[in-house]
Write a protein that binds this ligand. Structure first.
Ligand code: LMR
Length: 320
């Protein structure tokens, strides 16, 4: 069977971690692209030299030329600028929108058959713009956010209860911003929904509220600690989980930013929802039922995303 080709657009902290994970998991051969000449080449060479130690056979090539991503099966986009302490993800809209235009053109020209995963912030608006700029079908362009936000939620719960993260599931819906919607009703410990964990007295209601807020602030907490950049290990691991589900047709149900065509009462916007990811890309949007307050919180999050999409249309009228 021919090896798959994974193109990583952006060779910063997330790009380098993605390359490491893709290679060690032997998902395919890796092309690491960045406009900053030398960085992708240096990182790819360094990672290649870890191959004999780690024992992986994936090849890695660094490049500053889009033509090298030709025929990629998966493209993961991290290109753009991360926020600094005190900034919101939304502050990056204008600068990263310009980057999405170039990346979209490169994908359209050289990898139009790829499954594209966007990580660049503000996530939901950037994946919307990337799909428009690239012209790829919406079911093959998704955003990585829900897996990351849910992983944070899962970690905080497991850490609090001192249980294995393997036994904790969690769902976070909505946009990847301050309005994201962690859903305790759909989050479980050993199969027991969180509201029941609270009823059993295993976790207090106040603690659960704190964990929910910490999940919403998860990205900012790391930005505040790192000071010169944002999270990269967990975002990279999350995107790789999505890529693997596509490449191996695993049909995982993963929360990610997907294009909605009326599901959840939303049309024409990307927002975080559970999605079945398989060889057909985003094969199915899974519609879970929401209570009144959950729906209200979700609608607020969609409205925030729509505001950012409108801002994109103003900056780049050809997107309208
Ligand atoms: C994250 O959640 O870690 C990323 O969206 C980066 C950020 O700026 O918070």
């Amino acid at each position: 069977m021919a090896r798959k080709k994974i193109a990583l657009i952006g060779a910063g902290q997330i790009g380098g971690t993605l390359a490491l994970l893709a290679a060690t998991k032997e998902l395919g051969d890796v092309i690491l692209f960045d406009v900053v000449d030398g960085v992708p080449q240096g990182k790819a060479l360094d990672l290649s030299q870890s191959g004999p130690v780690e024992g992986f056979n994936s090849t890695l090539k660094g490049t500053s030329e889009y033509k090298d991503i030709v025929g990629a099966d998966v493209v993961i986009v991290t290109a753009g600028v991360p926020r600094k302490p005190g900034m919101s993800r939304d502050d990056l809209l204008e600068i990263n929108l310009k980057v999405m235009e170039q990346v979209g053109a490169g994908i359209a020209k050289y990898a139009p058959e790829a499954f594209v995963i966007c990580i660049t912030n503000p996530l939901d608006a950037m994946v919307w713009a990337l799909q428009k700029f690239s012209g790829l079908p919406a079911n093959r362009v998704v955003g990585m956010a829900g897996v990351l936000d849910s992983a944070r939620f899962r970690h905080f719960i497991a850490d609090e209860l001192k249980v294995s993260v393997q036994d904790v599931t969690a769902f976070v819906l909505g946009g990847h911003g301050d309005t994201m919607v962690p859903l305790p009703r759909y989050s479980t410990v050993g199969g027991i929904p969180l509201p029941d964990i609270v009823k059993m007295g295993w976790m207090s209601k106040e603690k659960l509220e704190q964990i929910i807020q910490r999940t919403r602030d998860g990205g900012a907490e790391i930005v505040g600690l790192l000071k010169t950049g944002s999270a990269f290990y967990a975002p990279a691991a999350s995107a790789i989980e999505m890529a693997e589900s596509y490449l191996k047709d695993k049909k995982r149900i993963l929360p990610c930013a997907a294009f909605l065509k009326g599901e959840y009462g939303v049309k024409g916007t990307y927002v975080g929802v559970p999605v079945l990811i398989g060889a057909g890309g985003a094969e199915k949007i899974v519609e879970i039922s929401l209570s009144g307050s959950e729906q209200k919180a979700f609608d607020k999050s969609v409205a925030a995303v729509n505001g950012l999409v409108d801002a994109c249309k103003k900056i780049a009228p050809k997107l309208a």
